[in-house]
Design a protein around this ligand. Structure first.
Ligand SMILES: [Fe+2]
Length: 205
């Protein structure tokens, strides 16, 4: 059975940048629904219980067709949200240091240039999806966007930071002002968590 992970901070801890009500709904309703639907799909095919979430999403072709889209969407939703919660914290923000800063500078010139490019991608992304800072096979940092709940892992990339740009992530507080949500979100990024992912840490899920 897949489980909704606990947050390591309170729903109100990301205020005023991400409001308490949005965090509560996002985690306890939206994310939970993905977990519940994923589990319901797996119950129909108990042999799928042997695979962890990443394995399931990386081998969708071998998942029975009647639950394939359900697992793609809800498994992806579970994986991406679980990851998203871990790259934010109370009193986050500031900027990366060390090897992560070097990788960002190497790909984008400066941290400010990276932030601007990431923010522009996030603001301009059409529809529901995610914007990622990810590493390619040579460990070069890149920015990419994925539709729905696709994770860059399926494209051979390793995610180290993400931003949820589905409307449910910001609409209560920001309505249609997605760029304002993005600008404020930088204040809650946990760069030490991003550094850990850059160093090869695996998310426990
Ligand atoms: Fe979301």
């Amino acid at each position: 059975m897949h489980k909704l992970p606990d947050l390591t901070y309170g729903y109100g801890d990301l205020e005023p940048y991400i409001d308490e009500k949005t965090m509560e709904l996002h985690h306890s309703k939206h994310h939970k629904a993905y977990v519940d639907k994923l589990n319901a799909a797996i119950e129909k095919h108990p042999e799928l219980e042997e695979k962890n979430l990443e394995e399931l999403l990386l081998s969708l072709d071998s998942v029975p067709e009647d639950v394939r889209m359900t697992i793609r969407n809800n498994g992806g939703g579970h994986l991406n949200h679980s990851f998203f919660w871990t790259v934010m914290k109370k009193n986050g923000g500031s900027k990366p240091a060390g090897t992560l800063a070097e990788a960002i500078n190497s790909s984008f010139g400066t941290f400010e240039a990276f932030k601007e490019k990431f923010s522009n991608e996030a603001a301009g992304f059409f529809g529901s999806g995610w914007i990622w800072l990810a590493l390619d096979k040579e460990k070069k940092a890149l920015i990419t966007g994925t539709k729905d709940h696709v994770n860059p892992l399926v494209n051979g990339q390793t995610p180290i930071l993400t931003l949820d740009v589905w409307e449910h992530a910001y609409y209560l507080k920001y309505q249609n002002r997605r760029p304002e949500y993005i600008d404020n979100w930088w204040n809650v990024v946990d760069w030490s968590a991003v550094q850990n992912y850059f160093d090869g840490a695996k998310m426990k899920i």
